[in-house]
Ligand binder design. Structure first.
Ligand code: AMP
Length: 117
């Protein structure tokens, strides 16, 4: 059983966050340390620690991450210029919070996809 993170408390509204969207499957809130003018995290409500822990039971919620990302990008006015969606997995992916989440980043050109090693 995966350990809960701060994201579960945000989803249950036990600690404050700037929540922009929530439904029965996913929650979206602003990243506390934004790396771009728009930086939103979209997370499945059910705790899935990493992409490596994903099963078929998660397919509906993980599909919802994309529809909510597209909707929020339009609402935030960044859809026509474009944006980046990132899901980090474990240490080499740079994952800090072990509750799977999609980053929605935009509002400026985001540069190279991956920093040179
Ligand atoms: P990752 O490195 O992919 O695991 O990303 C974790 C992200 O969560 C980072 O961009 C953090 O800034 C963000 N974060 C951590 N704690 C909070 C919080 N309480 N509210 C909003 N964002 C957070």
């Amino acid at each position: 059983m995966a350990q809960e993170t701060i994201f579960s408390k945000i989803i249950r509204r036990e600690i404050p966050a700037d929540i922009l969207y929530q439904d029965e499957l996913v929650t979206a809130f602003r990243d506390i340390h934004p790396r771009a003018p728009t930086h939103i995290l979209i997370v499945p409500n059910r705790l899935v620690a990493t992409v490596d822990d994903v099963t078929e039971a998660d397919e509906l919620a993980l599909g919802r991450l994309f529809t909510v990302a597209a909707r929020l990008a339009r609402e935030q006015g960044i859809a026509s210029d474009g944006y980046r969606l990132i899901v980090n997995c474990r240490e080499h992916g740079g994952q800090e919070v072990y509750h799977l989440h999609m980053h929605l980043l935009g509002g400026r050109p985001l540069g190279a996809m991956v920093a040179r090693g």
